[in-house]
Write a protein that binds this ligand. Structure first.
Ligand code: A3P
Length: 310
């Protein structure tokens, strides 16, 4: 499995990197906690200049990034499943700010090897997105997910992602989320930051819940934003190929390519449940009450129409 132009497979690169993976601490960049390797390489991330034809997919972690990446890649390739299986999703759509120990290529290494127009993934909050994206008027798709489901998904992800800080007990994790003490910072600031700027910056602001409710409708919105006019058959194929069930079995999308020292899927699957409302299986009534009260306070200055059930 080639990793961009660097010639090593991901597994080979991990082997050569040696025993370097661990739960990296978080370090703040302009007040936002980021994984240590990202913070230590921040200047080169901030200096990245995209081409005006590049497209950015931005999310708070666990809001439906991979799903949206797969939809976009298929739309850009006329719904051709073979083309979209050409490489792991991390290679097809590089993760702008990610840095791993050498010789594992960083997101910036992969991007250097690709000719525009490129599709780029980020979890950076609005204020940390490299200025070049706005100067060059790049298209940006933002996906937001309701706070409680996003939190649940992040909790299970932090259990299995052995490069992120230990999640600790569930109850404490809820408080970390409320305070923004997780990688990429506060969910509340993240969703509000892009919401405020969506019209000025021509950001397509989508909701995970809308995608679950009517995937076809949201896929058509993405297609139109990309300026594509695909046939009904192709759109239908994209809907099918990006269903949870199909993506869960797609080795180029389900992160089974990520070695166990990084993602230990025996703890929790990357493609875990893919549902709206799973929070109700995790929060006690008391935890939900406390969370909702704090939520009302943190979100009182915005009118983002989140839904935690459909
Ligand atoms: P759960 O943990 O709730 O199952 P990201 O890609 O941003 O890391 O988000 C991962 C979340 O999106 C996981 O949520 C995953 O199951 C869900 N997901 C991925 N592909 C999906 C799809 N095709 N349909 C619905 N949910 C999907």
């Amino acid at each position: 499995m080639e990793q961009g132009g660097v010639g090593l497979s991901f597994s080979e690169a991990i082997e050569q990197a040696g025993d370097v993976f661990h739960r990296f601490p978080l370090l703040e960049v302009r007040g936002v906690p980021l994984m240590e390797p990202i913070a230590l390489n921040w200047d080169s991330v901030a200096a990245f200049t995209p081409h005006p034809s590049d497209l950015l997919i931005s999310t708070y972690p666990k809001a439906g990034t991979t799903w949206t990446q797969e939809i976009v890649d298929l739309l850009l390739n006329n719904g051709d499943a073979d083309v979209s299986k050409r490489a792991p999703i991390t290679v097809r759509i590089p993760f702008l700010e990610i840095f791993s120990p050498p010789p594992i290529p960083s997101g910036l290494d992969l991007l250097k090897e690709m000719a525009p127009p490129r599709v780029i993934k980020t979890h950076l909050p609005f204020q940390l997105v490299p200025e070049g994206f706005w100067e060059n008027k790049c298209k940006v798709i933002y996906v937001a997910r309701n706070a409680k489901d996003n939190l649940v998904s992040y909790y299970h992800f932090d259990r299995m992602n052995l490069t992120q800080p230990e999640p600790g007990p569930w109850d404490g994790y809820i408080h970390k989320f409320m305070k923004g003490n997780l990688g990429w910072g506060s969910w509340y600031d993240h969703v509000k930051g892009y919401w405020r700027e969506r019209e000025k910056k021509n950001i397509l602001y989508l909701f995970y819940e809308d995608m679950k409710e009517n995937p076809r409708r949201e896929i058509v919105r993405i297609m139109e934003y990309l300026g594509l006019g695909l046939s009904d058959d192709v759109i239908e194929r994209v809907v099918q190929l990006t269903s949870f069930k199909v993506m869960k079995d797609n080795p180029m999308a389900n992160y089974s390519f990520m070695p166990k020292p990084v993602f230990d899927q025996s703890i929790s699957n990357f493609m875990r449940k893919g549902e709206v409302g799973d929070w109700a299986n995790h929060f006690t009534p008391e935890q939900a009450r406390m969370f909702d009260e704090d939520y009302a306070e943190q979100m009182k200055d915005t009118d983002i129409p989140f839904r935690s059930s459909i």
